[in-house]
Design a protein around this ligand. Sequence first.
Ligand SMILES: [Zn+2]
Length: 182
Amino acid sequence: MFSIETKIISNEKINKEKLKLAEEIISNLQNETLDRIEKGYGPFLAAIYDENGNLISKESNSVIENNCSNNHAEMNAIKSAQEKLNTYDLSKYNLKIYITAEPCIMCLGAIMWSGIKEVYFGVNSKSVEKITGFDEGFKPNWLKEFKKRKITVYGNIKLKKGEEVLKTYVNSGKPIYKPERV
Ligand SMILES: [Zn+2]
């Protein structure tokens, strides 16, 4: 009902193998998000894998827990991966990031700077905003801009289930944090 865009979106010709793997990983991340919401984390989770399928990092949104507006799941996962691999440039590792929702304006920049090569996300930003009230920011033509920079993007993966996870967060009465705009 909340879905504005329901089809898989991508900035390349859809590769079924990549999509199948992403569906599996994002589905697992969605289940884990539900557990982590119980523990006080935000309703978003991101995992970074290398080209051989090894998990490099997996982090939740921890804005509230750490009192830091930077601490979106993607930001935390990128920071962990760079610490683990001891580099600010992840490009030589051919990494993929899997996220339960579309990256916001801040995280797009972080992904671009990190050297990650592939992005897979669940719920699109329009739907996130509609369900939760979070402001995901302005991101004109970002799939195209990422393509120019040789970053592959797939989105709307396991969308329905992802929307259910977000509704669970909202219905639990947990905070929708954002700055005052008056
Ligand atoms: Zn973000």
